[in-house]
Design a protein around this ligand. Structure first.
Ligand code: BG6
Length: 493
């Protein structure tokens, strides 16, 4: 067999994108709750709010943005907010976990909404209803033979933190996060022993680089401070997790994009290599090796960033190295210094030149399974730590056929080609211990806020305007992935 015997197979979702129940169970609002949907043409979402004079305003929304100065966040009756009910996992988790069991999942990655556990930070105290909800979910998973892998931070800190501290550039956030993480490690000690601290921590750097939302050099100092504080918070959480339960394995997680030079011009080769360093390794090196990489001084100089890194921070980073490296992988890009060759290659946040050899999805993302193999080798060669591919999948428009079914051969083809390449990387020595597709159930897209961008093996009956009753429907890919799991990845046809 190519994949190890106890290889973890499953899927990944997130609380903010799948749970719904945005104002139930004691949860406080998060910024995403005020964002409406975008589209493939306009990939980002829109934040609607009242300004100081009570006038309605709009602002492009990226998951890294803050509340505009003086804004009052309210919901407008004539707008639809897909996140509010999302995929309704909050009310349907038992049915969903039964479907996962039917497919033979051995793992399931989701996140805990911080706003459900500490709706108003340490000041407001612990929300027992939120704690009980996740206990029920994880117990249900265990009863179904599913080993949950839980992400602590994924786009949903309570708005309270933005108002009180102004966000992650304030070091108070480190203490708040460590409290939240410690609570989770203690509360779910008997149910969860695989954790991921921050989802795609490097995404914070998008606005400092060429990204889908453009770049904004005036944010550089703040963004690098935020990244630093999150990495210190992650390291302290790793230490706590090990103290509380020596069996805990805690990973860091990075938005992975494979980057190629567009031409063999040495300047393009250098450009691509530096992009790997800046967009990916800057964070992964620090969290896996426990210290900033040597090229960081170049990055700080180029971005005009001055970080204050205390001796205590350095110690924490060193002592709190992640046990494994989790990553998402959807697409690849090219980099070039030839401006004439620079075409628009779309992606979740990072951006580059379009690769003429690759097809793209309906949302313009390049489909590149070989890039996954390349990326796996790159990661394992560099870090020699166990890897976990925690997100990979195809967002597509699905149509219910006349026979009442969804024939998503395009999704099967995408996943098959990526699993095949992953398999080859494992056969060539890469230590990969799990694969969770994004996302087993249709949910709200992070970049566009659409439900119409469907990723699931299981259709969720809800559209972008709020029509639907959330019933679940097995797509063709459901039966295909079930067989993949049954044969531990041997049978991919
Ligand atoms: C990853 C995120 O970057 O991409 C997910 O961690 C996200 O939350 C996924 O959903 C796919 O992106 P999108 O924009 O299609 O939802």
């Amino acid at each position: 067999m190519s994949f190890p015997k106890h290889f973890l197979w499953g899927t990944s979702v997130s609380a903010a994108q799948y749970e719904g129940a945005w104002n139930e169970g004691g949860k406080s609002p998060v910024l995403l709750d005020y964002a409406t949907s975008g589209s493939p043409q306009k990939s980002y979402r829109t934040l609607h709010y009242l300004d100081e004079n009570g006038n309605c305003q709009e602002k492009d929304f990226m998951i890294t943005c803050h509340i505009p100065k003086g804004a009052k966040l309210v919901t407008f009756d004539d707008l639809h907010y897909t996140n509010h009910r999302a995929g309704d996992f909050y009310h349907r988790y038992k049915e969903d976990i039964a479907l996962m069991k039917e497919m033979g999942f051995t793992t399931f990655n989701t996140s805990i909404s911080w706003a459900r556990i500490y709706p108003n930070g340490s000041e407001g105290g612990l929300n027992q209803e939120g704690v009980a909800f996740y206990r029920d979910v994880f117990t249900e998973c265990r009863n179904a033979g599913i080993d949950p892998v839980i992400t602590l931070y994924k786009y949903d800190e309570p708005i309270y933190f933005d108002l009180k501290y102004g966000g992650w550039s304030n070091r108070k956030m480190i203490d708040e996060f460590v409290l939240f993480a410690t609570t989770c490690f203690k509360e779910y000690k008997d149910l969860v022993n695989k954790w991921i601290t921050f989802n795609e921590l490097n995404m914070l750097l998008a606005s400092t680089i060429n990204s889908v939302a453009g770049s904004d050099p005036s944010m550089n100092q703040e963004r690098y401070e935020e990244v630093h504080n999150q990495m210190v918070a992650a390291a302290r959480a790793v230490k706590k997790a090990h103290e509380i339960n020596p069996d805990n394995k805690v990973g860091c997680m990075i938005c992975g994009v494979c980057i190629y030079p567009l031409t063999c011009d040495p300047l393009d080769i250098m450009e691509a290599y530096r992009s790997f360093q800046d967009e990916f390794c800057y964070c992964a090196d620090t969290m896996i090796r426990g210290e900033y990489p040597s090229f960081s001084t170049r990055v700080w100089k180029e971005k005009n960033v001055h970080l204050r890194i205390s001796e205590e921070d350095k110690k924490d980073l060193k002592e709190g190295c992640a046990d494994f490296l989790a990553f998402s992988y959807y697409m690849s890009f090219c980099k070039t210094t030839h401006k004439d060759d620079l075409m628009e290659g779309k992606g979740n946040v990072f951006q580059g030149a379009k690769n003429p050899y690759l097809q793209v999805s309906d949302w313009g993302w390049a489909v590149d399974p070989v890039g996954l193999k390349y990326f796996l080798h790159f990661l394992y060669d560099r870090y020699q730590k166990p890897l976990f591919d925690v997100e990979n999948g195809l967002g597509a428009y699905d149509v219910i056929s006349e026979d009442g079914r969804i024939h998503d051969a395009y999704r099967i083809n995408y996943l098959r080609s990526h699993i095949q390449c992953m398999k080859e990387a494992v056969e060539e020595g890469v230590d990969l211990f799990g694969y969770t597709t994004w996302a087993g159930f249709d949910l709200v897209s992070a970049s566009t806020g659409q439900m119409a961008k469907r990723y699931g093996f299981i259709y969720v009956d809800m559209d972008d305007e709020g029509n639907g009753d959330f019933h679940r429907l097995r797509k063709d890919s459901f039966y295909w992935y079930k067989k993949v799991i049954e044969t531990n990845g041997e049978e991919l046809d």
